[in-house]
Design a protein around this ligand. Sequence first.
Ligand code: FAD
Ligand code: SIN
Length: 544
Amino acid sequence: MQTDFLVIGSGIAGLTYALKVANAYPDKTITVITKTQSDETNTKYAQGGIAAVMDFDKDSFNKHIEDTLIAGDGLCNREVVEIVVKEGVERIQEIIEWGAQFDKDRDGEFSLGREGGHSEFRILHHKDVTGKEMERALLETINRLPNIRILSHCFVLDIITQHHVGFLVTKSTPDIECYGVYVLNLNSQKIEKISSNLTLLATGGNGQVYRTTTNPAIATGDGVAMVYRAKGRIENMEFIQFHPTALYEPGVRGHSFLITEAVRGDGGILRNQDGEAFMERYDERKDLAPRDIVARAIDNEMKVNGTEHVYLDCRHFSKEKFIEHFPNIYEKCLSIGIDIQQQMIPVAPAAHYSCGGIKTDEWGRTSIKNLYAAGECASTGLHGANRLASNSLLEAMVFAHRAYQHSVIAINESKQSTSSFSKYLKVGSAEIPNWKSEGTNVPKEMILITQSVKELKLLMSDYVGIVRNNERLFRAMKRIDLLYEETEALYEKTSVSPQLCELRNMITVAYLIVKCADFRQESRGLHFNTDYPSRSEMTQNIVL
Ligand code: FAD
Ligand code: SIN
């Protein structure tokens, strides 16, 4: 199969890019690949909203920039922060034109929420299901465009580079190029190759590497692992953001329900088992301190008191107002027997967002030619050591747009050039070999995969969670090494399946998180190592 533009991922980043190139090039084909249903993405679960300066009387670009830089704890790229904050407003206008609706107050002005680390009310939202509304608007617009096809239930295995046509590719190979991807089509159970001129990776996050996460099952870090295997550059993987308030439900681990930070923005108070509003002891911004501080404070309270959760107190809210802003949360709590006016909500931190990822420049270009990355899988320089709440939907749209802008330049340049894209082969030529599956068999025992997944999640949560130290990181790496060896041996002799490939990808991601954590010999932002409890002068990013 051949396509002009290939997009891996149907969340906010992938769909925004697809829509833009489809509109700009009605005569070209755009193929979007997604590993389950087209709307099953982290995007669909986004609750709180999208941050942007909308009220220029009270707020300003400078304030949003400063808040982002403060949360990022010295590691943000200021130029990128300015780009995202300033260009974000236009991107929001665009998605409104595509049909997304954000809540308004009685005067017809946007009803703006507030979240941790924001000095002003600037969060646009659609009740407590903002991501679902944005995903809906994007998919509906895309479905009207005849030149985009969405291939759902197709699992991308690897990106195709010179390596696949017999050239030695190492980290120091200049001009590694992407020619497309190998895909396991779960509808036909066949492995296909799809070649493309330009490819965008928008594969989302990696929360599934941890035992408790707000991320759905698709978030296994596949894009990061694929780029690392292809010898591309990966950055700042140690900065995993734990959301302070995932709903604590005994026995529910894999995908925890989120209680949006907007609840604290509207006045929700964190309390420990004795009913104490403990955040006062940790930070003057109390419940609205940046996420790293709140998550660490909760972790500490839980450890000191020997409990598995703390509480979020909303008993003082007007029921009507709570239901108006948070209908989804209200219903969810009620469904497990919690009436938010009578009882406090049990909450605990859960892995939520990956601040690092595939290193990109200000146009979304990765270190591999013809390959862009945007959204959560990318490391653009916006978040530094800690992402400011509700900045990621914004970043995804801004960088999808920038990757589109650069794609236009790349297409124009290729028209002028007489040579093919690649000096090794023409894109889409039969020279790209078929996937090699000789000598592999259907797995006899799935337990060899499922048990390793469990072990990986457990060790990452216990050794590489909110608080780390050298001994824990050392132990984690030894265990990851063993899981790696066992899984590679299995991979060599087994026909590929999403379960096996996700395990392999999660092991790679876990390795990258531990490796970066090991290199960062200080505590900064989301990375807290008790052996180096303070910030050092080390203000560089870690690139692998
Ligand atoms: P995603 O939306 O996760 O999409 C990833 C896509 O890649 C999926 O289609 C998936 O199928 C596909 N994919 C992955 N691997 C493969 C593969 N191997 N083959 C084929 N397809 C593949 N951010 C905010 O700014 N505001 C919020 O209020 C907010 N709330 C959040 C609440 C929750 C519960 C969660 C989990 C996140 C929240 N975030 C929020 C973060 C934000 O939602 C995500 O960072 C963002 O939606 C990521 O978008 P994306 O397009 O990069 O990836
Ligand atoms: C939330 O609604 O609390 C999540 C916001 C975010 O992750 O940016």
